[in-house]
Ligand binder design. Structure first.
Ligand SMILES: Cc1ncc(COP(=O)(O)O)c(C=O)c1O
Length: 319
């Protein structure tokens, strides 16, 4: 009999169960629905050339985009901050997403990446005024069920030298097409043999991961960073709200790797994977290691109920 080996294969918070239907999805590109192989934007597009665009990730449950208003709030705020005219109302954006999902026969278990760039440029240079034709709007909606394996094994994090920026360089709250800061962090984590990066803030406090927000559980309390240097995650805000409503002590505060290593549980939050357990940080096993601990499991259950309530409210509102 062979001894089972620990599961050391690479994994990410965005691992999904394989779904062959995704090879033939239709993608929304500027008013048209086209097969993914034909879905293209210009090499002059501001998003391609400069990373000058904003995006949102949303999930479809029972025909509704969960927490749609919060996602639109963030998107419209970000675009306003960089003077990117969307040229559509949130309801018009919803109609685009609904049309794309319907064209692909999806009512649930789907994830959307909505991308809005400043558009096509007249010349291959940086000045935003050169983006004469825009915005470019693309919606990729894929069949998507987050991988159960990641839920069972957890994610291995490595703290990395790449830090989150100060708001007056490129505010980390921008969900911009340019994710180079996060990509560099992820590469550093891979180099260290981990799945994803745990990023610190400029003072050295634990902040966030390259793709998700980060929480620890210590002695029954739930801690996350102050929020100053991380993405203002919709799931992060929902987890804080549901903890408050359920009487689970939750704090947005500075803490260091010292406290993260000694946590009883740790988990990541994001629209894609909801709450994903953390198995290790820098080789230190967190709690029992592997899958979600009791507080994370409770939060997952409360979040599931929160999604269901939000979806029901949206259905009632829209008749
Ligand atoms: C860097 C980063 N942190 C966190 C998140 C999670 O945000 P949300 O919960 O709104 O999906 C994202 C997703 O866009 C992200 O890119």
């Amino acid at each position: 009999m062979t001894t089972p080996q620990p599961d050391t294969a690479a994994r990410t918070t965005h691992d999904a169960e394989a779904d062959a239907r995704n090879s033939d999805i239709l993608i929304y590109v500027d008013g048209e629905l086209v097969h993914r192989d034909q879905a293209k934007v210009s090499v002059y597009d501001s998003g391609f050339m400069l990373g000058d665009g904003m995006w949102e990730g949303m999930r479809l449950y029972d025909g509704e985009w969960a927490f749609f208003d919060a996602h639109m709030d963030r998107l419209f705020n970000s675009c306003k901050a960089v003077a990117l005219e969307i040229g559509k109302t949130p309801e018009e954006i919803r109609a685009i997403l609904d049309r794309t999902a319907a064209a692909n026969g999806m009512t649930g278990d789907a994830h959307c990446r909505l991308m809005i760039t400043r558009g096509r440029k007249a010349k291959p240079f940086q000045h935003p005024g050169l983006s004469k034709w825009g915005p470019t709007i693309v919606a990729i909606v894929e069949h998507s069920v987050p991988s159960e394996r990641v839920q069972g094994t957890g994610i291995r994090l490595a703290s990395v030298p790449q830090v989150r920026g100060l708001p007056h360089s490129q505010d980390p709250k921008f969900n911009s097409h340019s994710k180079l800061n996060c990509v560099i962090a992820c590469l550093q984590a891979e180099q260290a043999g981990a799945d994803e990066a745990l990023m610190l803030d400029p003072q050295g406090f634990v902040n966030t991961t390259n793709a998700c927000n980060f929480f620890i559980v210590r002695r029954g309390e739930v801690w996350t960073s102050t929020g100053d240097y991380c993405m203002n995650g919709v799931t992060r805000a929902n987890v804080i709200t549901l903890c408050r409503e359920a009487g689970i002590p939750v704090f947005e505060k500075n803490f260091s790797l010292y406290e993260a290593y000694g946590a009883d549980e740790a988990f990541l939050t994001g629209t894609f994977g909801a709450q994903t357990p953390v198995a290790e940080i820098d080789g230190r096993v967190i709690g029992a290691g592997g899958g979600a601990g009791p507080v994370t499991r409770r939060i997952r259950a409360l979040y599931k109920a929160m999604v269901a309530q939000n979806v029901a409210e949206q259905k009632a509102r829209r008749g």
